[in-house]
Write a protein that binds this ligand. Structure first.
Ligand SMILES: Nc1ncnc2c1ncn2[C@@H]1O[C@H](COP(=O)(O)OP(=O)(O)O)[C@@H](O)[C@H]1O
Ligand SMILES: [Mg+2]
Length: 221
C-alpha cells in the first residue's frame, strides 16, 4: 500500500505521522520504504538520528522530488509491502505526483483556525486528483495536536466532517510532548524506553484505521 502524508501547510505534523507510521509498519513485520519528498528533508534528518539511536532505521529511505516521485514509486512498489511518502507543506509537484499513484492520502489538521482555512484547498486538490485517476485513492483527514480539552476538538471535527472528498477519521493525536521528544532521537512514540501509553494508543487507533479501511474500500470508479 502506498500512503501519502500531505497538506497545504507546514508544521501540521506530516513528518511526525509519516515517520511514526513507517516505524509502526516495520514493527508489524513489513518491508517499508519511506520516501522523503520534501526538499526540507525532515524525514531524512529523523532517519539519520534513528540510525544513531538504533543502529538501523528498519526501513529503506529515499529522497525523491518533482515528477520523478511518480515514476520511482511505481518502479519501487513491487519491492515493498508499504511505501510511506512524506511531502512538503505546499501544493508541490512532488505531492501531486505522489497523490496520482498512492492508495491512501492522509492529511492532518491542527485545531487552529488558520490551519483549518486550508481544508477547502486540500479538498479541491483531492477532487482534482481523483478526477484524473482511474481508480480512486482513499483520502482521510484527522486532527493532530488536538487539545486536551475535548470541547475545542469537537468544533474542529464538525468542520472536517463537512468535506465529502476527505473522510474524517475520528482518531485524533493529542498535543503531547512524547511526539516531539521521540522524534528528536529518531524514534517512534512506542519505541521510547518509557513510552507515553496514551500517545501509543492514539497512533494504534489512527494507523489501524488508515491501513485497515483502505484494504476493503479500493474499488474502481
Ligand atoms: N501530536 C503532537 N504533539 C506534540 N508535538 C507535535 C505533535 N505533532 C507534531 N508535533 C511537533 O510539531 C512540529 C511540526 O511537526 P512536523 O511533523 O515536522 O510537521 P510538518 O512535517 O507538517 O511540517 C514538530 O516540532 C513536531 O515535533
Ligand atoms: Mg515535514
Amino acid at each position: 500500500m502506498v500512503i501519502v502524508v500531505g497538506s497545504q501547510k507546514g508544521g501540521v505534523g506530516k513528518t511526525t505521522v509519516a515517520t511514526n507510521l513507517a516505524a509502526w509498519l516495520v514493527a508489524k513485520g513489513h518491508e517499508v520504504l519511506l520516501v522523503d519528498a520534501d526538499d526540507q528533508a525532515s524525514a531524512s534528518d529523523f532517519s539519520a538520528y534513528r540510525e544513531q539511536t538504533r543502529g538501523t532505521t528498519g526501513y529503506t529511505l529515499v529522497q525523491i522530488n518533482g515528477l520523478l516521485v511518480r515514476k520511482q514509486i511505481e518502479a519501487l512498489r513491487p519491492k515493498y509491502d508499504h511505501i510511506v511518502v512524506d511531502t512538503g507543506g505546499r501544493d508541490t509537484t512532488s505531492q501531486r505526483a505522489a497523490m496520482f499513484v498512492c492508495d491512501v492520502f492522509i492529511t492532518p489538521f491542527n485545531p487552529r483556525s488558520y490551519d483549518l482555512w486550508t481544508i477547502t484547498k486540500v479538498s479541491e486538490l483531492v477532487e482534482e486528483v481523483q478526477s484524473m485517476r482511474t481508480v480512486p485513492m482513499m483520502a482521510y483527514s484527522f486532527i493532530n495536536r488536538a487539545d486536551v480539552k475535548s470541547q475545542d476538538n469537537r468544533q474542529v471535527s464538525e468542520v472536517l466532517q463537512g468535506y465529502e472528498s476527505l473522510a474524517f477519521l475520528p482518531h485524533p493525536l493529542t498535543n503531547r510532548k512524547a511526539f516531539a521528544n521521540s522524534a528528536g532521537v529518531g524514534l517512534a512514540v512506542f519505541e521510547m524506553e518509557q513510552p507515553d501509553e496514551k500517545a501509543v494508543a492514539e497512533i494504534e487507533k489512527l494507523f489501524n484505521a488508515i491501513t485497515h479501511a483502505s484494504y476493503t474500500t479500493t474499488k474502481a470508479v
